[in-house]
Structures are given as structure tokens and as C-alpha cells.
Design a protein around this ligand. Structure first.
Ligand SMILES: Cc1cc2nc3c(=O)[nH]c(=O)nc-3n(C[C@H](O)[C@H](O)[C@H](O)COP(=O)(O)O)c2cc1C
Length: 151
């Protein structure tokens, strides 16, 4: 059994809806052999990252950056996981009021440093997530799970 870790900061209903859609995609019955574990970003640890085979990251855009919670997670895990997690697949979803550029740049920079492998373009939603937005979140979750399991 391979493990997919969702690390998320979920401070609002919009992000909760996105998180649930991502988790639903990741746990779809069409993909076998993948166990999904979710951790709020402030509770995530290097042990969680080392025990997983792929990652889903969720964050609001705050002050032009990823949330402080997700940044704190990366501050904790970056060096302990630097060598062990190279080439592991990941994808990210973000929610903002207007502009996610800075948060996207920061996530790109950190995941490039870790040498993680993006397997789906970041899903960025502004305002209330619509059906298309949540479908993209589902697809994002299912895509990373499919990298790890058998379809
Ligand atoms: C302190 C703070 C800073 C924020 N900064 C940004 C920002 O720089 N860019 C942006 O698009 N949204 C920003 N937002 C909006 C949040 O991304 C948004 O509140 C969050 O995604 C949850 O969405 P909701 O409030 O519509 O439920 C900020 C929110 C807070 C509380």
C-alpha cells in the first residue's frame, strides 16, 4: 500500500470545499493501492512526509504568499526530507481573493528545492468555488493518487 499525504491549511468554507473535493478525487474507488492521510499544516511533521510517497498541498493566499501555516510546515520538514523525497509527485491547490502569483512562486521555489515532481498544474480559485473549480480539485487529487496506485 502506498501513501498519499494531504497537507492543508483550511480556514474557511471555500477551502473546506476544495479540500473535500481533492480528498474525494484522491480516494476514488477507481484507484487501488493508495492510502490517503490528511494533516492540517500546523500538525504536519517530517515523519509524515517521509512515510508518504506523494503529496497534495492546499493553502489560501495570504499577504501575497502561501499561508503561514503551510510555510511553517515547510520550515519544519525541508532539511529532514531533502534527500529522501526527491522525485516524489505532488500537486497544489490555492484559494485567494484576487492574486495568487506570489504564493505560486513560493510553492514552486520550495518544491523545486525539494526536487518534487509536479504532476498536475496548480488549481487556483478566487471567490466561491464553482462546480468546474471543484471538478479541477477532484482531478488534481485523483491524478496524484493515480501516480502512486493502479487504475
Ligand atoms: C490576512 C489575510 C491576507 C490575505 N491576503 C491575500 C492576498 O494577498 N491575495 C489574495 O488573493 N487573497 C488574500 N486574502 C484572502 C484569502 O486568500 C481568503 O480569505 C482565503 O482564501 C479564504 O477565502 P474566503 O475568505 O473567500 O473564504 C487574504 C486574507 C487574509 C485573512
Amino acid at each position: 500500500m502506498r501513501r498519499l499525504l494531504i497537507v492543508h491549511h483550511t480556514p474557511s468554507p471555500a477551502l473546506q470545499a476544495m479540500f473535500e473535493a481533492v480528498r474525494a478525487g484522491a480516494t476514488t474507488d477507481e484507484i487501488e493501492g493508495v492510502e490517503v492521510v490528511a494533516r492540517p499544516a500546523l500538525a504536519g511533521s517530517a515523519a509524515d512526509v517521509l512515510a508518504a510517497d506523494g503529496y497534495l498541498l492546499g493553502t489560501p493566499v495570504n499577504l501575497g504568499y502561501m499561508s503561514g501555516a503551510l510555510k511553517h510546515f515547510f520550515d519544519l520538514v525541508y532539511y529532514p526530507c531533502l534527500e529522501a523525497t526527491v522525485r516524489r509527485p505532488y500537486a497544489a491547490y490555492l484559494h485567494g481573493n484576487n492574486d495568487a502569483t506570489g504564493a505560486l512562486r513560493a510553492l514552486e521555489s520550495i518544491t523545486t528545492g525539494l526536487k518534487w515532481r509536479a504532476v498536475y498544474p496548480p488549481v487556483v480559485v478566487t471567490g466561491e468555488p464553482g462546480k468546474d473549480d471543484l471538478d479541477r480539485c477532484w482531478e488534481l487529487g485523483a491524478t496524484v493518487a493515480a501516480e502512486l496506485g493502479t487504475v
